[in-house]
Design a protein around this ligand. Structure first.
Ligand code: G3D
Ligand code: MG
Length: 178
């Protein structure tokens, strides 16, 4: 049977320095990487995920530089099909700011699939358990732990977001990546 093909836009949101660019580099360059275009202060990388019966092309948007969310143009969010919300295991304020990133995103695109990430899991944590629990509840989604440095959890995070975008978050058997 022919695989269905989908092309979806995903964004990485989070404060400067949390590791967004590093996560994309780890994910895209570790596997198969393609072309990218740089325009209007963003870089777009392409990555194809082969699920059992679906081929999903992710167009992964990265913000260049260290812009705060206030400076972000609506075009960055516009048309986003899913988002990785990234905070830094060593900086507690980046965890709390995820709620602001979500609010700003949803002002432009409404509710879309979100996967929250605590990056730099290879470093000692400075996060408070109660804060993680509160943000988790507000976001409605468990955190995944990643280390762009060590490579752990990165592929899983993108693939989980992909499954949520495809609308089959609870059917890993059917949408197992090859
Ligand atoms: P940003 O794109 O969100 O602004 P970057 O963040 O990807 O530019 O990463 C910011 C800094 O954090 C970089 O260090 C990068 O190497 C580091 N970093 C990113 N991910 C990890 C991780 O998982 N573990 C560790 N230990 N460091 C990480 P520099 O020194 O280049 O600023
Ligand atoms: Mg960056």
């Amino acid at each position: 049977m022919e695989k269905k093909h989908f092309i979806k836009k995903v964004c990485l949101l989070g404060d400067g320095g949390v590791g967004k660019t590093s996560l994309i580099g780890r994910y895209v360059l570790n596997c198969f990487s393609d072309d990218y275009v740089v325009s209007f202060g963003t870089k777009v990388s392409k990555k194809v995920i082969e699920y059992e019966d679906v081929q999903l092309t992710l167009m992964i948007w990265d913000i260049l530089g260290q812009k705060s969310q206030k400076a972000l143009h609506g075009a960055y969010y516009s048309g986003a099909n899913g988002v990785l919300l990234v905070c830094d295991n060593t900086r507690p304020e980046t965890l709390l700011h995820l709620l602001e990133w979500k609010r700003d995103l949803e002002e432009v695109v409404g509710a879309v699939p979100l996967v929250p990430i605590i990056n730099k899991a290879d470093l000692p944590t400075a996060l408070v358990g109660a804060d993680i629990a509160a943000v988790r509840t507000a976001l409605g989604h468990d955190f995944l732990y990643t280390s762009a440095k060590m490579g752990s959890g990165v592929q899983e995070a993108f693939e989980q977001l992909g499954r949520q975008i495809l609308g089959h978050p609870d059917r890993p058997g059917r949408f197992q990546a090859h």
